[in-house]
Design a protein around this ligand. Structure first.
Ligand SMILES: NC(=O)C1=CN([C@@H]2O[C@H](COP(=O)(O)OP(=O)(O)OC[C@H]3O[C@@H](n4cnc5c(N)ncnc54)[C@H](O)[C@@H]3O)[C@@H](O)[C@H]2O)C=CC1
Ligand SMILES: O=C(CO)COP(=O)(O)O
Length: 355
């Protein structure tokens, strides 16, 4: 069991803040742990009373982080109004499928000017909304940020060196989150491209599934590099056409997160791809995982959107055919390798850059 040392360096002497973390899964637990170790009072909201009791009594969230002991001032609660009401800053780690309903049902609990930061890497099913857009619609008087980057929860809880990105329009939100989360093992960079940072976090999950599939099929290291690089090309092309800054995709939230999830079996999306590559049905792979793999939903939405706006995304299309149309993996690989479309140019500049 890992029980870590306090993470602030002695000279930094932080002033503790009241913060809320919404969502008692892997990432909510990891962020609650960092915040508590940094000297903050964490109001940790989850749905399940038994889970809240367990964390209160033992410091352990056995369903999601059985080997991690939570220490410091973490107050688990099943009352969202209590958690949000006591907090100066709220972090939301709820899967994209439930994100809007949780925020909408509790919108009256959020105060004007309260900082609310999404940790979620997904897209809403109808309307292609990102989580910050949902926050903007449901609690428009809050100050909104998104956190994204190569941030495997299982490594953060072990205090393994990590960097992340806080994206917000408001400089005070960026600075506050840097101060709250930053410590000797977690370095927090800032970015103003909220849309790009957030979209990158959602898109890379698709390519993690592709990489898991490739790994299961022993396609080799050259193939892995090809998939990651072409994945980066198509996800940036798509995002830039929707208004993201291309430089974001050269950074931690873009290529950084793509690398970690496409190369690590610790990624749930990678694991789903790996299981399907080994012949498992998608539904069985997801059930066995027992945690969220956002990429399987994001894939459908991005395929539809890319077709409607005319952006060429062959890896998205190929994965969709495998997961949802019963195409054989080898037939899709063959068709991707033999495709003549755009194979003569490595870079297709998005319209915004080629003008
Ligand atoms: N685990 C990781 O390494 C990272 C995860 N994320 C993102 O964080 C988000 C959450 O992921 P995880 O915590 O890892 O997922 P998880 O599968 O470990 O846990 C999901 C949590 O959400 C809760 N939940 C589901 N529906 C809910 C509802 N209707 N109301 C309240 N709670 C609900 C579940 O009870 C569970 O506690 C995802 O979008 C994921 O992409 C981001 C960075 C890293
Ligand atoms: O986003 C993540 C790491 O940055 C976690 O990825 P998975 O959801 O695939 O585990």
């Amino acid at each position: 069991m890992s029980e870590n040392k306090a993470s602030r360096s002695p000279e930094s002497s932080p002033t503790g803040h009241d913060v809320a973390v919404l969502g008692g899964g892997s990432f909510g637990t990891a962020m609650a742990k960092v915040l508590a170790e940094n000297g903050h009072s964490v109001h940790f909201w989850m749905r399940d009373p038994a889970q809240a009791d367990e964390i209160r009594d033992t410091g352990i969230n056995s369903r999601y982080m059985p080997d991690v002991k939570l220490t410091g001032d973490i107050q688990p609660t099943t009352s969202l109004p209590e958690a949000v009401g006591k907090a100066e800053i709220v972090f939301v780690a709820i899967p994209s499928k439930a994100f809007r309903s949780v925020i909408r049902e509790n919108s009256a609990e959020f105060r004007d000017g309260q900082i609310v930061v999404s940790l979620t890497k997904g897209i809403e099913e109808h309307g292609f909304k990102l989580m910050s857009e949902i926050l903007q619609e449901e609690i428009p008087r809050s100050r909104i940020g998104v956190l994204s980057g190569p941030n495997l929860a299982g490594e953060i809880v072990n205090q393994e060196l990590t960097a992340t990105v806080i994206a917000a329009k408001d400089p005070d939100v960026r600075r506050t989150v840097q101060e709250l989360l930053g410590c000797e093992y977690l370095r927090v960079y800032a970015n103003v491209d909220v849309y790009g940072v957030e979209l990158a976090g959602a898109l890379k999950n698709i390519y993690a599934i592709v990489a898991g599939l490739a790994s299961a099929r022993d396609l080799g290291e050259n193939a892995k590099a090809m998939l990651i690089t072409r994945g980066l090309a198509e996800m940036s092309r798509f995002a830039v056409s929707l208004g993201a800054n291309p430089m974001t995709f050269m950074g931690l939230a873009g290529v950084g997160d793509l690398i970690v999830t496409c190369t690590s079996p610790k990624s749930r999306n990678y694991r789903v791809g790996y299981a399907v590559g080994k012949g498992k049905a998608l539904d069985d792979a997801v059930t066995e995982l027992g945690q969220v793999a956002e990429g399987i939903y994001t894939l459908k939405l991005v395929k539809e959107k890319s077709e409607s706006i005319g952006i060429y995304m062959p890896l998205v299309r190929g994965l969709y055919e495998i997961l949802y149309e019963g195409a054989s993996i080898s037939a899709v690989i063959n068709s991707l390798m033999m495709s003549v479309q755009n194979s003569d140019v490595e870079f297709i500049l998005p319209r915004t850059l080629s003008q």
